[in-house]
Design a protein around this ligand. Structure first.
Ligand code: HCA
Ligand code: CU
Length: 389
């Protein structure tokens, strides 16, 4: 069964300008838990006291999800994370040649140091879920990654994560996540080692979701994501889009409460101070809104004509909206939809004029506003003499 790791509270908080207070982190973690993500990566505690406190607070609330911390390959990071009570620890260390050179280290020295940190963490907590990530995995020599991964598993790591730290991969090209997943799996199998494989995809080329799905199809067990795709630079895989595709398009057994997504997005958007793009899949204001006349006409008969994804699993419904482009046909369909029938032509024209006027100011008219416009224009028609223009 595919597992999802949400990193809104760790990677997401690395978005420039984003900081979540501990009580907000708590609220976000509760919503993520209700949604049903498997692991909540909730911070890197050595970064600061508030992060450690936020982590402790989330751990103490006994959520279903495993609560995890990020950690360098250093015992002091492991100690602080364990002191916060986490059940998951993500240890990262890059084994790219240039990084090793900059750290004045050889591959073997790095492998020894990483193995020692993992063994130490394992010895301190036997049921700790330990992930090792060779940071910038996909720009590192594959042989380095495969060697360090085998030793990390021997030392006690349960998960190896393939990190596309800079959003470098392109599905179907010479550098794909699927190739990395297959090669890592083959190398572990060949050595008789068992570990879950995770994929962590950055969105620098707008391909984070595509790469994550490419990894999933090649057999990855865990996918990292965040609300609104928040993270360093262009962020990582967007959680809502990921769950939408996995749940609606792949035969995955899941327990996700997808209707929690819109509320979760509003919460994170508000406290991250990052607006939800109107065209965000699933949670954007326009995601299930039909606007053009022919679309409204067809969609009101049967939404499937202009929807390949239904809004209902996400606790949403299809909407219609009118604007400066709307014509009489779209208006009449919309009026019928709200039960405003038998309006004379003159009244309909005045309603359409008002709708176009609102549209020219850069807004759409939804069904609620249409109801207000209808009653306003009706009243205006009745009391012509008391209104001006
Ligand atoms: C970072 C980089 C990281 C780590 C991922 C991981 C990446 O912020 O430290 O530890 O699994 O993209 O490589 O997010
Ligand atoms: Cu990252």
């Amino acid at each position: 069964m595919i597992a999802v790791l949400d990193s809104t509270l760790r990677e997401g908080e690395q978005t420039p300008g984003v900081f979540f207070d501990s009580h907000v982190k708590m609220a976000i973690a509760e919503k993520l838990d209700r949604l049903g993500v498997d692991i909540i990566e909730a911070g890197h505690p050595v970064v600061g006291e508030e992060i450690a406190n936020g982590l402790r607070r989330i751990v103490s609330s006994s959520l279903q999800a495993r609560i995890g911390a990020h950690s360098r390959s250093l015992k002091k990071d492991v100690d602080l994370a364990l002191e916060c009570g986490v059940g998951f620890l993500g240890i990262f260390y890059c084994v790219g040649d240039e990084r090793l050179r900059d750290c004045s280290s050889t591959l073997n020295q790095a492998i020894d140091m990483i193995s020692e940190t993992i063994s130490y963490a394992r010895s301190r907590k036997s049921d700790l879920l330990i992930r090792y990530t060779p940071e910038d995995t996909v720009r590192s020599p594959m042989e380095n990654v495969l060697s360090v991964s085998r030793e990390a598993v021997r030392a006690g790591a349960d998960i190896i994560s393939i990190a596309d730290t800079t959003g470098h991969l392109i599905p179907g090209s010479a550098r794909t996540m699927s190739e990395w997943v297959r090669r890592l799996r083959a190398s572990l199998d060949h050595a008789g080692l068992e570990a879950r494989i995770a994929v962590h995809c950055h969105n620098d080329r707008g391909l984070a979701l595509a790469n994550a799905l490419d990894g999933y199809q090649a057999g990855a067990d865990i996918i990292d994501a965040s609300v609104l795709g928040l993270g360093e630079r262009a962020g990582i895989t967007d959680l809502a889009s990921l769950l939408a595709v996995l749940s609606q398009d792949f035969p995955v057994a899941h327990h996700w409460q997808l209707a929690e997504l819109p509320g979760l997005y509003q919460l994170v958007s508000r406290y991250a101070d990052v607006p939800i793009p109107v065209n965000h899949p699933i949670c954007g204001r326009n995601a299930f809104t039909h606007c053009a006349g022919v679309h409204i006409q067809a969609a009101l008969k049967n939404p499937i004509h202009y929807q390949s994804l239904a809004p209902e699993p996400f606790g949403l419904t299809s909407q219609i909206a009118l604007d400066h482009m709307s014509g009489m046909a779209a208006l009449q369909y919309s009026l019928e939809h709200i039960g405003a029938i038998d309006l004379d032509r003159e009244l309909q024209e005045s309603i359409l004029a008002k709708v176009k006027d609102v549209g020219r100011h850069g807004r759409t008219v939804d069904v609620n506003e249409l109801r207000w416009i209808v009653s306003y224009q009706k009243e205006k028609a009745i009391n012509k003499e008391t209104y001006v223009a």
